[in-house]
Design a protein around this ligand. Structure first.
Ligand code: ARG
Length: 272
């Protein structure tokens, strides 16, 4: 035997130490990965709140809601996962436990409050009307004029859909055409299949900027407030979300995210 008894013991100790070290490192790693996940359901076709962008060859969901969500997850110690689904599938996903929360520039309405609870509001929106330049529709009033008969495009199940279905179609003043996304509605407007699109003001600006020949009417249709939706009765999560929203507003995180996507000047869309 070339190794002394003492040497053998030292070797054994070193091995034991390495083993302990390796094990504890694995534990630390496992711990870091062990953050609980929080899943956000959204419909990522709604710039600047949520949309897809290629970043370093990877398809990412970015925007105001996505960034506020990740900031909330950091603050509360969660791993954030974003699930891009149809807008009208968001509330069912919360009810069925497939997602923890919904953030989608989602307006607080009485009807939705029957099925979900909402956090404090973090932004305001306005329903506006997009038309082709030179359209005969010159103001929101034209949609309500006696004898009016316009084809109005909306994203299915959004407040634009709900309001115009009640106020315009319901009054016999036109028809509502429902599309899967706001972008699809805008395409139909461009090809002349419909006369206007009713949608939230910031996405409207993004769609008008991305397509030639469109304009937004000056008159506003309806003002509304955006909030985070959770399953009815999930008070524990709701309290955490409200705490995070308050802290991240006070420390400037949320105002900075909104400013990044909606630079001042377009101030009407900011949370008060
Ligand atoms: N604010 C409107 C609503 O709550 C439209 C929201 C659409 N959001 C979206 N991510 N597509 O009905």
């Amino acid at each position: 035997m070339s190794m002394t008894r003492k040497g053998y013991f030292i070797m054994k100790k070193i091995f034991a130490l390495i083993l302990v070290l390796a094990l504890s490192l694995t534990c630390v790693a496992a711990f870091a990965e062990d953050k609980p996940t929080l899943t956000m359901a959204t419909n990522a076709a709604f710039p600047p709140y949520e949309y897809h962008e290629m970043i370093d060859g990877e398809d990412k969901i970015v925007g105001i809601d996505a960034e506020i969500f990740y900031a909330i997850c950091d603050y509360l110690g969660y791993e954030g996962v974003i699930d891009d689904i149809d807008f009208n599938a968001i509330i069912p996903a919360l009810q069925g436990g497939k997602a923890d929360l919904g953030m989608a520039g989602m307006t607080v309405t009485e009807d939705r409050l029957v099925n979900v609870d909402f956090s404090n509001t973090y932004a305001t929106g306005v329903q506006v009307v997009i038309v082709k330049e030179g359209s005969a529709i010159a103001s929101v009033d034209d949609l309500f004029a006696e004898g009016a008969n316009h084809a109005i495009g909306v994203q299915t199940a959004t407040t634009g859909d709900i309001y115009s279905t009640d106020d315009i179609e319901g009054a016999g003043l036109g028809t509502v055409e429902r599309f899967n996304t706001g972008a699809d509605a805008v395409q139909a407007l461009l090809t002349g299949k419909i006369d206007c699109v009713i949608i939230d003001n910031e996405p409207a600006k993004a769609f008008v900027a991305a397509n030639e020949g469109l304009t937004i009417l000056d008159t506003e249709y309806v003002k509304e407030e955006y909030a985070i939706a959770v399953a009815k009765g999930n008070d524990e999560l709701l309290a955490k979300l409200n705490e995070a929203l308050t802290a991240l507003t006070e420390d400037g995180t949320i105002p900075a995210i909104i400013e990044k996507y909606i630079p001042s000047g377009a101030a009407e869309d900011k949370a008060e």
